[in-house]
Ligand binder design. Structure first.
Ligand SMILES: *Cc1c(COP(=O)(O)O)cnc(C)c1O
Length: 388
């Protein structure tokens, strides 16, 4: 027998920042007090800082999908046309939400592993000049693909439509210039690059989006963003705050501020690049080779192997929890995460385990080939870090 430690290595929930986890022990507090208002103000200010936006950034008690629902419920009228880009499970979630709220989605599909191009968005907006919104993912976590957010924003900017970006795994893994590019509504989630448990959603709102909100008619109560904006100005949440998560978030935001948001992004990108070289060195195939995101790397299971078996081997042999494919991709791909509190040693461990697992399944593996690719990436990133 040998010991196996549980390692949470999925793209959400992600590994927790230890000081954030410890801060949660202090949650025997009441949220309608000056002390808590001071903390909540600090957190809202910190969120705005890491979003890098002058826009309002609001905090909701919900998983990320609650933030997406708020984005749909607050800015539209029943029957409004919206252009929805869908290239994976989370794009499909935008479509479901749009339908659930009585919008008329014009769906632009792309095969899993690809993304919808800015040109297609431009054509759709030309064909539907009355469209009031465009929905995209920054990173489509289910396939490991990244949208060209900047170019799509440029297309949407000159139209009456607002751009809704599910950046739940995009924040902290890719540059997103919310004000500069004109990203109207940007949704984030606590359990991704923010390094804390699930339960908070973050939503930034531009002036253009607030103008839409003024004429919106869809039903909302819990997720009424205007009400939340008024509460936030008073240092409060509209409903009971998730005190434990706010305490955790304060610590995480302090950590991210110290590190620098740019460096958090650079870290994810360095790990993602290293994961891709390891994938290549092991003769495996990326699932989204043309537009890989930095939040998670989706890898095709080798021929004749079910990815569920690889995921199970990780768990049973080593205690490591990695993600399978979702929906139709289950069994076909497995996903290695690198957003938030991940470092190179995490990646050494994952790739070394993967080599053992492939070999134990009788696949030809040159031990160390994948790990060496990560080692070379570390060396390169060290060299470039010296210059800073
Ligand atoms: C995690 C995630 C979500 C939100 O999912 P929840 O389970 O509601 O937190 C939405 N979009 C993307 C791209 C995600 O990665």
């Amino acid at each position: 027998m040998y010991i196996k430690k549980q390692r949470l290595l999925t793209a959400g929930p992600t590994p927790l920042l230890p000081q954030a986890l410890r801060a949660m022990m202090g949650s025997d507090i009441y949220h309608r007090t000056e002390d808590f208002r001071a903390l909540y103000r600090e957190v809202l200010g910190g969120l705005r800082e890491v979003f890098g936006a002058k826009n309002d950034v609001l905090c909701l008690v919900a998983s990320g999908t609650g933030g997406m629902e708020a984005a749909v419920a607050n800015f539209f009228r029943a029957g409004d046309e919206v252009v929805v880009c869908s290239a994976g499970k989370f794009g499909e979630r935008w479509v479901e939400l749009a339908r659930a709220f009585g919008l008329a989605p014009v769906v632009l599909d792309a095969p899993y592993g690809e993304v919808v191009s800015p040109e297609r968005v431009a054509e759709a907006l030309k064909a539907h000049p009355g469209a009031r919104g465009v929905m995209i993912q920054a990173a489509e976590t289910s396939t490991g693909a990244e949208f060209d957010v900047r170019a799509i924003a440029e297309v949407v900017r000159t139209t009456p439509a607002i751009l809704l970006v599910d950046a739940i795994t995009g924040l902290g893994t890719m540059p997103l210039d919310i004000d500069g590019w004109g990203l109207d509504v940007v949704v984030g989630g606590s359990q991704k690059a923010f390094m804390i448990p699930p339960g908070l959603a973050f939503v930034s709102v531009s002036e253009k989006a607030w103008e839409h909100a003024a004429t919106a008619t869809l039903p909302k109560l819990y997720f009424d963003l205007n009400r939340e904006r008024i509460s936030a100005a008073a240092g409060e949440s509209t409903w009971t705050a998730s005190t434990s998560l706010v305490l955790a978030l304060a610590e995480a935001l302090r950590y991210i501020r110290e590190l620098g948001m740019d460096n958090l992004v650079a870290n994810a990108q360095a790990l993602a690049a290293a994961t891709r070289s390891a994938t290549k060195a092991l003769g495996l195939e990326l699932f989204a080779p043309t537009c890989p995101c930095a939040a998670v790397t989706a890898i095709r299971a080798p021929k004749g192997v079910d990815s569920s078996a690889i995921v199970r081997d990780f768990r049973e042999q080593f205690g490591s929890i990695i993600a399978n494919g979702q929906g139709a991709m289950k069994g076909k791909i497995f996903r290695i995460a690198h957003l938030g509190y991940f470092d190179f040693p995490d990646l050494f461990a994952v790739i070394a385990q993967l080599e053992v697992i492939l070999a134990s399944r009788g696949l030809p593996v040159e031990f160390g080939a994948g790990v060496a690719a990560v080692q070379r990436a570390v060396l390169n990133s060290r060299l470039s870090a010296v210059g800073k």
